[in-house]
Design a protein. Sequence first.
Length: 237
Amino acid sequence: MCTVFAHTHIRNVIIDGKTYDRGECIRPYESNFNFPVKGVDNKQLVCRTTSMSTSSTDMCNIKAGSTITLEFHEEEDRGSRAIEGKHYGPCIAYLSKIEADGSPIGFFKIFEQGYDSSSKKWCIDDLNANDGQLEVTIPADIEDGDYILRGEIIALHLAEKKGGAEFYNNCVQLRISGGTGTGKPELSQIPGIYKEDDDGIYFNLYDGYSSYNIPGPALYKSNSSPAPAAESNYENS
């Protein structure tokens, strides 16, 4: 078992009750698979991967309106914790349609969870309590097609200095069907969604706080009814 220095990665995903094991439908990991991306202009902020090609991994099928579970772990071992408990920060997920070569067209945010002032808990507190599992709903009103789902934890334990935030992001390759196609989300480019002086990126955990603003574009709101239950097999690209 390797030593990982309290870092994390999306180890596997769950769709319609089926677990797709480490790396299935996930863009290939870098050799330091659980090390963070640093810097808001870093190109690895897209997927933290060795390849952006659609042929680099499988394509998981999922129905619009259904739920996918992203499972974060420090180590390759599924029994390891999600992330070190003091690496406080938000959990965020984005979707982007992809070109034939696998490059993203533009991202929109479909999930966010930050700091709950009433419970004084962060998303990562829930993540560790739930064995690393984060449930994300695919909007029911988007167009059918091939997408990447970008899941991300932003760790803020060093973010009292500009450039100190740590980004733990990976991309899951999805073929989405059953959407109504009526939704028209506003798209953003990555890099480009964050700035080093955003108050959700440049943030002091040690100076007393009662609230936290999650960085990035506004959360996309789906207005359509969910599609029928997912069929969750995967395909070789």
